[in-house]
Design a protein around this ligand. Structure first.
Ligand code: JFZ
Length: 448
């Protein structure tokens, strides 16, 4: 590949311009098929960049962890945690008959929560495919009495209702005997010793091909599980290229907790904002790629019937706002039950977040991090020249702020109530009378 073409592929800004220049230079020396290939690569990149922009604007998505592990209802790691061998674990499949699943209701729920996309587990670490795969019988159509493909129903419904759909895909697999040698997990699964890892990766690529060709437009693939064997040859470049060949605009991301790898289109953080590390596995490197933070609504990803520790709506809203102020999307998780239902503790909270977004979404969607970075009191977002202060946690009447370029005044976002803002050498002081403060988020517009 010439340097020029490489530049077309990997320089993200000024794409069209640099592509045109490169194409013109290349035109003198390249045969027609190479030219066509270059043009195709440039278009691929343009579609992908557009999708990244869409993603940055979207801000809020619904994560769904759903699989055969919903039957024991003790989280998606139940096979590993309870040392259940494959032969025993497989017995959950005949009990999995999620008649209450309704793609229409779940997509409507996401929409009423103000979410712009859904990311659902197509296969988790237990290897169970929630779709009609031809690569293994260990899937919801062939192994359960349900015998339907919920991902197809969900994809069709997402397209109908204008919500984008990502597929979560676990590279780690406790079921497939070719996932060998084992990594850090899966040692109690009781599988045969030996297997062909390249054959496993072929299986994975074949399943991804099914997901990217049989379900219409897919917004991206959310990988997880590589951390189980960090040193293995995962053939990432081959798999990422396959995805981008099948759907150029599909965004690739991986929950590997490392610096993004070539071919990845967004960077993700689990349970923490970029720069934070309360969960202990988010290193602080923050790339220029679009960012996303995934979060549980209680303490579990897959349905755990014992976990009643649901986060409060104010807390969830503050997480969404703080994420927006850190240029990060919030991917908020629900785990449907073995019947396919969404418990009311989840759906009520999502609906209340949607009601808040109805009133305040203008200060979130389509914004970027504002001029003042994440602070203990809150965050700033901005859209064009408008800056929104989101005051999430501040008990006093006066708030000191760093100087913001070009600021002329301030008013409450709701009701246009003017607020006193004074310049003090090198900074600003904002007066927030008690009656103007909102316990969840006091939104103030900085006039410029
Ligand atoms: C992973 C999964 O294991 C989990 O089941 C869930 O799907 C979540 C969204 O992603 O969780 C991880 C992955 C890696 C680490 C911890 C949790 N890690 O490296 O410490």
């Amino acid at each position: 590949m010439t340097n020029c073409v490489k530049r077309v592929l990997w320089v993200s800004l000024l794409l069209t311009a640099s592509a045109a220049v490169c194409m013109a230079q290349a035109g003198a020396s390249l045969p027609d098929d190479r030219l066509a290939a270059n043009q195709q690569a440039a278009n691929l990149q343009a579609d992908n960049l557009q999708a990244r922009d869409w993603f940055r604007n979207a801000k809020f998505g619904l994560f769904i962890h759903w699989g055969v592990y919903s039957v024991p209802a003790a989280g998606e790691w139940v096979m590993e945690v309870r040392h259940i061998p494959v032969s025993e674990y497989e017995k959950f499949a005949p009990q999995f008959n999620p008649q209450a699943f309704s793609a229409k209701e779940i997509v409507s729920l996401a929409k009423s929560a103000g979410m712009r996309y859904i990311t659902i587990t197509s296969k988790h670490h237990d290897g169970f495919a929630m779709f009609a795969t031809k690569q293994t019988k260990w899937n919801i159509v062939d192994a359960t009495p349900y015998a339907r493909d919920p991902l197809k129903e969900l994809a069709d419904e997402c397209h109908r209702q204008g919500i984008k759909l990502f597929f979560y895909y676990s590279q780690l697999d406790w079921h497939n005997p070719d996932y060998w040698p084992l990594g850090q997990t899966g040692h109690a699964a009781g599988r045969p010793e030996g297997g062909d890892f390249n054959r496993y990766l072929d299986f994975m690529d074949a399943q991804l091909t099914e997901l990217l060709t049989g379900y219409g437009e897919i917004a991206g693939i959310w990988f997880d599980g590589m951390w189980d064997k960090p040193g293995a040859e995962w053939r990432l470049q081959r798999t990422y290229a396959l995805i981008h060949k099948l759907q150029p605009a599909a965004l690739v991301g991986s929950n590997h907790h490392q610096k993004p790898i070539d071919g990845e289109d967004f960077q993700m953080f689990e349970q923490d904002l970029p720069g934070e590390n309360t969960a202990g596995f988010n290193q602080t490197y923050i790339s220029d790629l679009p960012l996303e933070m995934s979060m549980t609504l209680n303490g579990a990803w897959g349905y755990n019937k014992g976990d009643k520790d649901f986060k409060s709506v104010p807390k969830l809203i503050k997480s969404l706002v703080r994420a927006a102020g850190a240029n990060t999307n919030l991917l908020l998780n629900i785990g449907p039950t073995e019947s396919g239902a969404v418990i009311p503790e989840f759906s009520q909270r999502l609906q209340e977040m949607g009601a808040w977004l109805q009133r305040n979404g203008e200060t979130i969607y389509g914004t970027r991090a504002g001029p003042i970075p994440l602070r203990p009191w809150g965050v700033t977002t901005q859209k064009g020249s408008v800056v929104y202060l989101h005051i999430l946690d501040w008990p006093d009447e006066y708030l000191a702020l760093p100087f913001v370029q070009g600021v002329k005044g301030a008013h409450l976002y709701h009701g246009n109530v003017p607020l006193k803002l004074a310049a003090l050498d090198g900074g600003l002081v904002l007066k927030l009378p008690k009656e103007s403060r909102d316990p969840v988020d006091t939104i103030v517009v900085l006039e410029r």
